[in-house]
Design a protein around this ligand. Structure first.
Ligand SMILES: Nc1ncnc2c1ncn2[C@@H]1O[C@H](COP(=O)(O)OP(=O)(O)OP(=O)(O)O)[C@@H](O)[C@H]1O
Ligand SMILES: [Mg+2]
Length: 328
């Protein structure tokens, strides 16, 4: 399905300023397939808007892939490790090529859900209580002590994955042990956190400001890979169904969540709401999905921003603003 819906074209001046744009897609992570879709949609939108763009499939050595083509700036449509975790960002910094989204530090931090949660705790932002486990500490008594401390159910997830890969809801001690042994296959660090029953929301943040909040519901146990990319019965609520006051609260919380991590350009924050109406931050995505099912384009559309305009706005951030030397 095409994402292009408008006749939006960039001005010839902007097209010239943007120069040759490489859309980095694919990648070597477990989210490769999703990234191919995101990148394909971004490329289609840029071409339709009159931007000189081409795709680079990052497969194998990223440096070799980047060296094959000449370009002036990069739109990063990669997801997960190797694309959203600061490594490709560092490579582009070394090559002196401007790129979309967060820099090295924020990308690396946001990829690591555990350390993001430490940071949010440190600045007083709400995130579900948790413990982390690495592959060295497996002992049944330890799992019992986790249940004693956090209760049940629990969410068990690899600390550095995306698209719900490796995530399970554990309702019993046995399920917890099983979920841990599955999650540890994806990452050497596993995050176990208190399960928040929901509802669930996601908030796109564009240039530091929240777009309209999207509410989500699924018949699956949670918003898993199938519910995200395949199912037709996932429901998206725009407007979110929250009161005006709550919508503002979650918007502010999401903006602070991004600011504290040091995100730049754009990001998407995933948030649960408990039965008392309190919000809990799950994670921030620094290179969110851009497929035709994706949530940032959905929120942007509700705010009157077409897919092409959104893509160009994210890309425009890569045009350097002259730095002021000293203070005025
Ligand atoms: N503590 C929790 N309580 C309730 N549900 C949770 C919890 N943690 C995760 N979930 C469910 O699992 C889904 C995926 O979790 P999370 O956003 O942390 O992982 P992800 O794989 O990085 O997601 P993304 O695709 O957004 O990158 C959430 O959208 C939510 O439905
Ligand atoms: Mg998520």
């Amino acid at each position: 399905m095409s994402v292009v819906s408008s006749h939006y074209r960039v001005s010839p001046e902007l097209a010239q300023q943007l120069g040759k744009v490489a859309v980095l897609l694919g990648g070597n992570s477990a989210e490769r397939d999703v990234s191919l879709k995101s990148g394909g949609a971004v490329l289609e939108a840029l071409l339709s808007a009159g931007v000189d763009a081409q795709a680079i499939d990052i497969k194998g050595s990223p440096l070799d892939c980047l060296k094959r083509v000449e370009f002036d700036r990069a739109f990063i449509a990669l997801h997960g490790r190797g694309g959203e975790d600061g490594t490709i960002q560092g490579l582009l910094e070394c090559l002196d090529i401007p790129y979309t989204g967060s820099g090295v530090m924020a990308s690396a931090l946001a990829m690591d859900k555990l350390r993001t949660k430490y940071l949010w705790q440190g600045v007083g932002l709400p995130t579900p209580p948790f413990v982390s486990l690495d592959c060295g500490e497996v002992d049944d008594h330890y799992f019992e002590s986790i249940v004693a401390r956090l209760g049940l159910p629990l969410s068990v997830k690899p600390a550095r994955e995306g698209s719900s890969i490796g995530i399970k809801k554990a309702r019993t001690l046995e399920e917890l042990i099983e979920a841990y042994s599955e999650a540890i296959e994806f990452d050497a660090q596993v995050l176990i956190e208190k399960w928040i029953e929901g509802p669930e929301f996601t908030v796109a943040v564009l240039d530091g400001k929240a777009l309209p909040v999207v509410g989500l519901s699924t018949n699956h146990i949670f918003y898993d890979y199938d519910a995200k990319y395949l199912a037709d019965d996932t429901h998206y609520y725009l407007p979110s169904g929250l009161s005006e006051e709550k919508e503002q609260e979650i918007a502010k919380l999401s903006e602070l969540a991004c600011e504290s991590v040091g995100c730049k350009g754009w990001a998407r924050v995933d948030v649960m709401q408990d039965s008392h109406g309190e919000f809990w931050l799950l994670e921030v995505n620094t290179s969110p999905g851009m497929t035709d099912h994706s949530l940032v384009p959905m929120a942007a559309k509700h705010a009157g921003i077409t897919f092409e305009e959104l893509v160009v706005r994210i890309l425009e951030d890569t045009i350097a603003v002259p730095k002021l030397l000293g203070s005025l």
